[in-house]
Design a protein. Structure first.
Length: 467
């Protein structure tokens, strides 16, 4: 596509929306921001300029048109703790790589599972499944734990981002890691921050969801997704390396060559253990994941594992910092200016008079795919879960069924974009998967997951007596 057309399309679409009168109940600034947001997202996908430039242009238009006040509103995304957590985990990953611990862990994985690429993919999925219930931050799992592992494995087998070898291995493992992260987030009440929020909203309507009831309902469809999604990716987005018969022997030789762990590796391991403990038990001692990551980065800097130049040179971290904070800002004010409330209120009219099963399917699909307009799981759940739960119950849907399915969607609807969750931003930032592939694969995986959780899940939930 020629450059001029990549520029023209987002400007034209945004201009069309901008000219339409704001619907009743939506502030004019909300409708104008919606036009700018849509144009920005189209620009992000078409990439007439680097993503950070497109995001800055979108913010510039919002400020120039008085849609956002630069001092009070336009830069608020940069103060959110999530954007800093994402940035910190890039520095932590650099510590794994620079110390050599990342390579050691990667070679250990390859030694155990390295004869086939699909086996490595399942190894990553199983690792997510094991650590998921204990770490309530999907971005901490994706960035602080899985990112160094998949990068180390990929680079040890000759697949590096930016040099044309991405599809050799890294692109496949990145996608498996990303989608596995979200499936596991949906399986456990404690695997993602928005899940307890959904639990609290349901409790206000007298619907009790426990850790066990959430896990029981999610277990069967979740396990099937973890089995089928890596296999699906293996066939539709195949790695160039499929069979690695000599990889385990190579990994053994590399581990022997590395010898005993160095002082820097022990420091990195200790720092990681410190952060891991805080990520697991932070809720009990009032320490959030971002604080833990900040302290970890500080230890790495003080100990010399990282130099300040390493932080400054982590270009992908700062690139993500720029564009994702702007999308967070826009998504936040779409809600505050009334667009999300207007949308939620009008959904109820769409399903009036339909049988509850039909109306609930429509509600779930709208709730699910409206995530294209959100840059955070928590923001989406906070803005729309209660409204969609109320409409679902009013239409006759069994309350516990509605509460659980909408709760599962709070993780699963992030499969589609590179900005829909903090974990997607981290893993997209590896540079292994281009944005067009990320969106097309995300849409495909989202549809497959809807079928798995909708069909298999319905049978399982009927057996459990949820409906």
């Amino acid at each position: 596509m020629p450059q001029w057309l990549k520029i023209f399309i987002p400007v034209f679409v945004g201009g069309l929306i901008y000219q339409v009168p704001a619907p009743a109940g939506v502030m004019l600034r909300g409708w104008n921001l919606f036009a700018i947001f849509v144009a920005t997202i189209i620009g992000v996908v078409l990439k007439p300029f680097p993503m950070g430039v497109v995001a800055l242009l979108g913010l510039s238009v919002a400020v120039a048109t008085k849609t956002l006040d630069i001092a009070k509103e336009g830069l608020t995304g940069y103060s959110t703790h999530i954007i800093w957590l994402i940035t910190y985990v890039f520095f932590i990953a650099r510590g794994f790589i620079k110390s050599g611990l990342g390579s050691r862990i990667a070679y250990f994985f390859v030694k155990l599972l390295g004869r086939r690429t699909l086996g490595l993919g399942y190894g990553i999925a199983v690792t997510e499944l094991i650590i998921g219930p204990a770490i309530p931050s999907n971005s901490a799992r994706a960035g602080g734990i899985m990112f160094p592992i998949l990068k180390g494995i990929s680079e040890s087998l000759g697949s590096k981002a930016g040099d044309g070898t991405e599809k050799r291995l890294g692109s496949f493992l990145t996608q498996v890691c990303f989608h596995g992260n979200l499936i596991v987030s949906a399986m456990f009440l404690t695997a993602m921050a928005a899940n307890p929020m959904a639990q609290a909203f349901a409790a206000k309507r007298g619907i009790e969801i426990t850790w066990l009831s959430w896990f029981q309902a999610a277990f069967v469809p979740g396990i099937i997704s973890l089995i089928l999604i890596p296999l699906l990716l293996y066939f539709v987005y195949p790695p160039e390396l499929k069979s690695l018969p000599h990889a385990p022997e190579m990994a053994k030789a590399k581990l022997k060559e590395m010898g005993a762990m160095t002082k820097q590796e022990w420091t990195m391991a200790g720092t990681f253990a410190f952060m891991l403990i805080l990520w697991i038990f932070g809720d009990r001692i009032d320490v959030n994941a971002t604080s833990a990551a900040l302290w970890g980065v500080s230890i790495l800097l003080l100990s010399g594992v990282l130099k300040w130049e390493d932080v400054l040179n982590e270009k992908e971290a700062w690139h993500n910092f720029v564009w994702f904070a702007i999308l967070i800002t826009m998504a936040k004010y779409l809600e505050e200016f009334g667009l999300v409330t207007w949308f939620s209120n009008h959904v109820g009219y769409l399903v009036q008079g339909l049988p509850w099963i039909h109306s609930f399917i429509i509600l779930v699909l709208i709730y699910f795919y409206s995530h294209y307009f959100f840059a955070s799981n928590t923001a989406h759940v906070g803005a729309m879960y209660s409204a969609f739960l109320a409409v679902s119950i009013a239409s006759g849907t069994p309350p516990l069924l509605a509460a659980l399915i909408l709760g599962f969607c709070g993780s699963l609807f992030s499969h589609m974009t590179h900005y829909g969750s903090s974990s997607s931003v981290v893993l997209y930032g590896t540079g292994y998967v281009p944005i067009t592939a990320w969106w097309s694969l995300g849409l495909l995986v989202s549809m497959v997951n809807i079928l798995i959780w909708g069909i298999v899940g319905s049978v399982w939930w009927k057996y459990l007596g949820i409906w």
